[in-house]
Design a protein around this ligand. Structure first.
Ligand SMILES: Nc1ncnc2c1ncn2[C@@H]1O[C@H](COP(=O)(O)OP(=O)(O)OP(=O)(O)O)[C@@H](O)[C@H]1O
Ligand SMILES: [Mg+2]
Length: 235
């Protein structure tokens, strides 16, 4: 693992009206590293991804990528630089085929990446390549969404609850895929409710509550932390 972080957030504030969905979030992530981001519903995990990916612009704080300040860059610029994400609720072009969805992402890509057929194979959707994306079930749509993000050649991948709804054997396969991506050097921010899944992938998690980081460390220590416990039991 490199000691130069790829991504640094400094005291990010994201408001919706007067409400602070992110209230001073700081974190850093290095190439090849997996950082788990957990917390109860509404704690700001997806908002954090949306800020990093350029979908939302923060009111305060800075985002650094490869040492450059990129805080208010557009979504497109972020993608071209190597930041992409999966969506908590994937929205593929439903009337296009699985392959066509990837071709669109590929045309938009400016970075080297695996050939589309390899990506289809990687996510296990080769047999579905000619089917309409709308005909896929929700876990297959999540896999397509992962392939779509990978088709832009990210060096930073933000994953928003890819494991929800998967059965145990699918979870194992998904964990292997994420490990493989990290081993290839991609930095991964993993938002996930399934703590066992996170625990199989990384020892470093940040626990959020109400837009703030309340804990950083491994899940075992998190489970012993009174504030973390209060938040989970209270929620
Ligand atoms: N576009 C928006 N407009 C207004 N409020 C928003 C918007 N997006 C998020 N919020 C609010 O910000 C807070 C954090 O939402 P966010 O989606 O980031 O939570 P989360 O941690 O991802 O939750 P979950 O685990 O349910 O996905 C919530 O109170 C949510 O209602
Ligand atoms: Mg969310």
């Amino acid at each position: 693992m490199s000691h130069n972080p790829l991504l640094v957030l400094e005291k990010i504030v994201k408001q919706f009206g007067q409400f602070r969905a992110l209230d001073g979030v700081s974190l850093s992530l290095s190439p090849g590293e997996i950082l788990g981001l957990v917390g109860p519903n509404g704690s700001g995990k997806t908002t954090c991804i949306n800020v990093i990916a350029g979908l939302y612009r923060p009111e305060e704080g800075s985002v650094f990528f490869n040492g450059n300040k990129i805080t208010k860059y557009s979504l497109t610029k972020m993608a071209h630089m190597g930041i992409n994400r999966t969506f908590q609720v994937p929205k593929p072009f439903k009337s296009l085929t699985v392959r066509e969805n990837l071709i669109i992402a590929d045309q938009y890509a400016k970075r080297p990446h695996q050939p589309l057929e390899e990506l289809l194979d990687f996510v296990g959707l080769t047999a579905y390549a000619s089917r309409e994306a709308g005909s896929l079930n929700s876990s297959q749509q999540k896999l397509l969404d992962l392939a779509r993000a990978l088709a832009t050649g990210p060096s930073l991948l933000l994953i928003d609850e890819l494991a929800a709804g998967l059965n145990p054997s699918e979870l194992d396969k998904m964990a292997e895929k994420i490990k493989h991506l990290a081993e290839s050097g991609i930095a991964i921010l993993l938002v996930e409710h399934l703590l066992g899944f996170i625990n199989s992938l990384t020892k470093r998690v940040i626990v959020m509550n109400a837009g703030k980081e309340i804990f950083e460390g491994d899940l075992e220590s998190a489970a012993k932390n009174p504030e973390v416990n209060a938040v989970y039991l209270g929620g």
